[in-house]
Design a protein around this ligand. Sequence first.
Ligand code: IMP
Length: 186
Amino acid sequence: MEQNAAIYQDLERILVTKEEIATKVKELGKRITDDYSGKEPVLVCILKGAALFFSDLIREIDLPLTTDFMAISSYGSATKTSGVVRVLKDLDRDILGKDVIIVEDIVDTGVTLNYLRSMLVHRGAASIRIAALLDKTARRIVPDLQVDYVCFDIPDAFVVGYGLDYDQKYRNLPDIGVLSPKIYGE
Ligand code: IMP
């Protein structure tokens, strides 16, 4: 905590510690290993927020998987999603007939993942599942979005750390914390 002391001052409280994250990610890796036994899933990292979760998760999956990366942005203010999703970087490889696991940092309204899932369905993936580090179910506006794997259900608060940012900052915090509203001016 000490090397990040200045950044930690911007947090209201710590929500999930790095030890809790490591335990859950390990469990999830084991589940995916069991669920996809005999298969070669494609793990798709949604940049940038999921990068840390993704790199830890794939090392806990004992399967011959492949990886790909996608960057998207949703228009709107830094702390609220607008519902319009733009692809900034597409997948490098075709996913036709593949078992795809989308790895996302957080499901908030569900708009981003709903859009992504239907896009990948149209490309002919054999199956698509979603793995999310965090889920803010209270904020969901896409009620039928199925999030297959979730590490932590969290309350409705803006969180940063372990890959999640506010204005590109705080991604390097090892823990996940609630950002003080005074930082984003509410
Ligand atoms: P959704 O489309 O509303 O589900 O929003 C998902 C995206 O919004 C995530 O991939 C994040 O980039 C961003 N987001 C939502 N809530 C938070 C948060 O609490 N902290 C950081 N980013 C967030």
